[in-house]
Design a protein around this ligand. Structure first.
Ligand code: FES
Length: 140
């Protein structure tokens, strides 16, 4: 096994916040669920704050530790701050990764960013359908 930091091993052996959110505000997927590495991130947003994050993953020990650490960086933070979280932040949170495993952190950061994009897309669609609904009301 590659030489991982104590924190990587803790997150790998006891991953935090694994699972799914039944009524998510946004979902981000990266990779291929049929083959290879895959991550699905669920976020729950209230008042522009991320109140919960969960994930389902298939990947190497480093990617599992990164997904777990990512959730700890995100829960309870303002959406604006969460959008700024990078793969480097996740690696730093874990106390580093072996050089050949650095790329594994991109899975967690990308999945998170896609979930945020999905949140904004859902919000946009909801706003548009409400506006369309209210203009239909006016025509009646
Ligand atoms: S995510 Fe592919 S080797 Fe770690």
């Amino acid at each position: 096994m590659a030489s991982y930091s104590k924190k990587v091993l803790e997150h790998f052996f006891s991953p935090k916040n694994a699972g799914q959110i039944d009524d998510p505000s946004g979902v981000g997927e990266i990779g291929d669920p049929e083959c290879g590495d895959f991550l699905r991130v669920y976020i729950k947003v209230e008042d522009e704050k991320v109140i919960d994050v969960k994930y389902q993953i298939r990947g190497c020990p480093a990617s599992i530790a990164c997904a777990s650490a990512m959730t700890e960086l995100v829960i309870g933070k303002d959406l604006e701050d969460v959008m700024m979280i990078t793969d480097e932040d996740i690696v730093k949170e874990l106390g580093g990764l072996p050089e050949f495993k650095i790329h594994c952190s991109a899975l967690a950061a990308s999945g998170l960013h896609k979930a945020i994009m999905d949140y904004f897309e859902r919000k946009f669609r909801e706003k548009n359908s409400l506006e369309a609904g209210s203009s239909e009301d006016r025509e009646i």
